[in-house]
Design a protein around this ligand. Sequence first.
Ligand code: KIV
Ligand code: ZN
Length: 386
Amino acid sequence: MAKQIKIFDTTLRDGEQVPGCKLNHRQKLVVAKQLEVLGVDVLEAGFPVSSPGDFSAVEMISKELRNTIVCALSRSVENDIKIAAESLKYAKYPRIHTGIGTSPDHIKYKFNSSPDKIIDRARAAVKYAKSFVEDVEFYAEDAGRTDNEYLAKVIQVAVDEGATVLNIPDTTGYCMPDEYGAKIKYLVENVRGIHKCDISAHCHNDLGMATANSIAAVLGGATQIECTINGIGERAGNTALEEVVMILTHRYKDIFETNIKTPMLNPLSRLVSESMSMPVQANKAIVGDNAFAHSSGIHQDGVIKHRANYEIIDPREVGVDQSKIVLTARSGRAALAYRSKNIGFDLSKDELDIVYQKFITVADQQAEITDTDLNLILRSIFKKVI
Ligand code: KIV
Ligand code: ZN
């Protein structure tokens, strides 16, 4: 039986931290409800102590979601944890997410503290959070740059205090996949009682490794991935939800599974991009405009003959109606015949030769030939209006 990997969405917390991505309450609620329908297991709704607006957003989302765990972020500070608990008062499944920086840089320059004192604060934070809710997730911020032996000590304390989920963030996007996977494996092998908890991968994309690291974590024993729609998040972003889900679905089909309804991935990507005014790069995996577009003649010919020649995912699986055959000066006769047929011109071989000569002259002058351009070319040759 395939192992269930939980999807923890932080679009409305780590994602919304991005400058310019702020959503109003109505937009947050629309996104939260769609994420619940998508099938995320956990939705991190905000950082309630950070502002009254974030508090009320978490409270509002807590009232609305009935199937999904609603999570609120806090630091290892009593007031943060108390406010997080208050914001989750109406949640059917509340989770407090609390934690502290554990890397040498964080201990010295952020907290001016010592490794032992950080362990004490971690212990106190989990204990206090557990006085409000059963489900407490502990994060060791900058775990990516934390020595594994010390990290295991911090995580041990969180487990002993009853944390239900252990988040091992690569906060600065520093790790390589083999290191991050080995870090998770080290914790699995060296923390007593860890098997009672979910282990969570939370990766940032500073070196473009967030997706690879999340998959390495799952292979090392993690049971939850923290991610955002379109990979939005601090700096270079977080792990992209659509990428990890499609990797697990396609490359680890019989080993791992998620609850995600993949045909919703593209509609949700557009919803988040439009609400946040954050365009998705055209070549973005799974949800970019060009993810299922073919523009070179060789590829177009191949994909028209047999889709799987150049596509590893059927676009309908992720909510895209069909692959696109884009007409450019790099296109060949197969694509031209295909697109002409789509707009009502079923060309013979001789006709295609004539149309191709005209097409290539026009295509050399512009970036793309649209259906309107193609119609004009065909009408100018055949004097026919369709
Ligand atoms: O990147 C990070 O370490 C975080 C934590 C607050 C979970 O976002
Ligand atoms: Zn983060």
